[in-house]
Design a protein around this ligand. Structure first.
Ligand code: SAM
Length: 229
């Protein structure tokens, strides 16, 4: 329901401004203050980022092209893309996350990336490449198609999108996880069917050009590159 969606967003924003920020800022760094599960997630996430950067490198020069990274976190993708010369505009619903991304970029002397706080649905403009990595886990199934439609509207050419795939095995794992939630507060997690994501991209006029899957013990992410059909 609409109320549920509002709840989800408020919860996600609060989480990533507080406990979630502390947790993910450590995971998305080189800090050794992580446990073995967090280290595993860091490794998996690094692999997803590297696969995207390899695609971009294989295509040639991204310098001067515009990139819009939605749900940028601490800038794990936006920062290396800026270092490759892309003109980056990156946002996150969490002010703590987008501020940390800006801080990291500044400390690296990056001037061709702009970070700001925004809900994905409020992002505007037109960009060569629109990316949205590991954000869909916070979107209920019924909100997915609309979210992907918005990302596609922002894109002139390409959308890079990743999500935790809904297979019977991950559904089972997630159930087990819910039985043993552990001490730390988290948010609800939504898995998505590959076919549903593909259809949403196709309905918005895009077709899958490349795909990858990355799985470690605790990290699972399906990655699509979709280009304007
Ligand atoms: N994309 C980054 C990366 O791969 O390093 C961060 C991934 S992190 C698991 C998910 C991020 O999505 C968080 O920083 C969270 O604040 C952000 N997020 C969740 N819902 C969002 C929304 N509706 N609009 C913008 N950002 C959102």
């Amino acid at each position: 329901s609409v109320l549920n969606v509002v709840d989800d967003k408020t919860e996600v924003r609060e989480y990533f401004n507080t406990e979630g920020f502390n947790r993910w800022n450590k995971i998305y760094s080189e800090s050794d203050e992580v446990n073995s599960v967090q280290l595993d997630i860091r490794t998996g996430h690094d692999q997803t980022i590297q696969k995207i950067l390899n695609w971009v490198k294989d295509d040639g020069d991204i310098s001067g092209k515009s990139v819009c990274d939605c749900g940028c976190g601490v800038g794990s993708l936006a920062i290396p893309l800026a270092q490759m010369g892309a003109d980056v505009s990156a946002s996150d619903i969490s002010d703590a996350m987008s501020s940390e991304a800006a801080r990291r970029a500044e400390s690296l002397g990056i001037s061709n990336a702009n970070f700001y706080t925004s809900d994905l649905e409020s992002v505007e403009g037109k960009y060569d490449t629109v990316s949205c990595v590991d954000v869909a886990i916070h979107y209920p199934t019924e909100q997915m198609a609309g979210m992907i439609g918005h990302l596609c509207e922002l894109s002139d050419r390409r959308v890079i999108f990743s999500f935790a795939p809904k297979t019977w095995w991950f559904v089972a794992l997630k159930k087990i996880g819910e039985l043993f939630p552990g001490p730390s507060k988290t948010t609800r997690a939504y898995l998505h069917e590959e076919e549903v994501v593909k259809k949403a991209l196709e309905d918005s006029g895009f077709k899958i050009a490349r795909e990858e899957f990355t799985g470690t013990n605790f990290y699972f992410s399906k990655l699509f590159e979709a280009v304007k059909a």
